[in-house]
Design a protein around this ligand. Structure first.
Ligand SMILES: [Zn+2]
Length: 353
């Protein structure tokens, strides 16, 4: 724009604000003997180059060259200024160079993706676990209530189970000694659902027990074993952790804004589709095992009821898909599909069986 091709000296046009008056003066910038020369109609002003601060390059915004006591110069000619500075032996700082170098920019993108992937894989579960233990009871309660409300509206039907058996099971469960200090109050709600024999726990300590599971056995202790397993999920905040992990944005929002309505809205879907990790299932199994032992019952009871659930599940699958050789394990949120293979668990819970 204003570099003069005939002259070896690189010149750049600038507007000089001297800091004394509001008006700007057109000047031509050049460098000579380590000094920045501001040449205008009123003569030449010299600034020691080493004391001139050059602003970062940010898109096409004008660059500012500032000298304490001398005001500043505004330069629109980005390329010209770069040439002038390069000519004077002033190199852009490393950050500026990185921002304008394609390979470095690509490397930065790759690094960012790697950091995010690593965070998602390792940091997020860790953060969700740590945070889940600090979620206040009122939030767990809200989440439990709204989840049950949604489930009742769309997926669950009222229980047809004999009221006396419901009451007996609830009382027996309430009498169980937990292996450790229990942190939450528990309640069992009885429902019915076409999904088949199942039970699942909500974050607030509500355990949904389906008729189809209760009807699988006459032995209440087997039901208690399932309830103890579900209680293990609650005590370890597994559902809460899944909700937090599945909702990274929600996590950040809840953390900063203190508003959990977004989490509440997504919780039912996440809880229903939750496939707990194997580690979580093992934790819940161990909790159930300890509960059974603390109450003089055999952990094998959980294996027995799991076998019955698996058999019922296979039968249902066979009816639905007679042509299939083996049941597919990913069709719905199912007690079995969300849990590790029964054999593996039997070995852990009931090694002599
Ligand atoms: Zn489980």
């Amino acid at each position: 724009m204003s570099t003069s091709p005939s002259d070896a000296t690189v010149r750049v046009a600038a507007a000089w604000y001297d800091g004394q008056t509001a008006a700007s003066r057109p000047v031509s910038l050049s460098v000579e003997d380590g000094e920045l020369l501001l040449s205008g109609s009123a003569g030449v002003t010299r600034w020691p180059l080493a004391e001139v601060h050059v602003s970062e390059r940010l898109g096409n915004t004008p660059r500012l060259l500032t000298y304490a006591g001398g005001g500043h110069c505004e330069v629109n000619d980005q390329a010209g200024l770069d040439r002038l500075l390069a000519h004077a032996g002033v190199h852009r700082n490393w950050l500026d160079r990185l921002q304008h170098s394609l390979p470095w920019a690509l490397a930065a993108v790759v690094l960012t993706v790697a950091v995010f992937a690593g965070s998602y894989r390792y940091l997020l579960p860790w953060g969700a676990e740590a945070l889940s233990m600090r979620v206040p009871g009122t939030v767990l309660q809200k989440m439990g209530d709204s989840t049950l409300e949604t489930l009742d509206r769309y997926m669950l039907k009222p229980s047809k189970l004999d009221a006396a058996r419901q009451q007996r099971l609830s009382e027996e469960f309430a009498r169980l000694h937990p292996p450790l200090d229990a942190q939450l109050q528990y309640r069992i709600v009885y429902r019915s659902s076409p999904m088949g024999p199942n039970a699942f726990a909500l974050p607030d300590g509500t355990i949904v027990m389906l008729d189809e599971l209760v009807e699988l056995t006459e032995d209440d202790n087997e039901i208690l074993a399932v309830l103890a397993h579900e209680r293990g999920h609650v005590e370890r905040r597994h559902a809460m952790r899944m909700v937090l992990q599945s909702s990274v944005v929600g996590l950040v929002l809840a953390w900063y804004v203190g508003d959990v309505s977004g989490l509440l809205a997504t919780a039912p879907a996440i809880i229903m589709q939750a496939k707990y990790s194997r580690d979580m299932e093992r934790e819940a199994d161990i909790y159930a095992e300890q509960t059974m032992q603390a109450n003089g019952m055999s952990p094998c009871l959980l294996v027995t009821i799991l076998d019955k659930m698996e058999a019922a599940y296979r039968e249902k699958e066979k009816k639905l898909h007679p042509q299939r050789e083996t049941a597919q394990e990913d069709s719905t949120m199912d007690y079995l599909s969300s849990h590790p293979a029964t054999k593996e668990r039997a070995q852990l819970l009931c090694p002599r069986q």
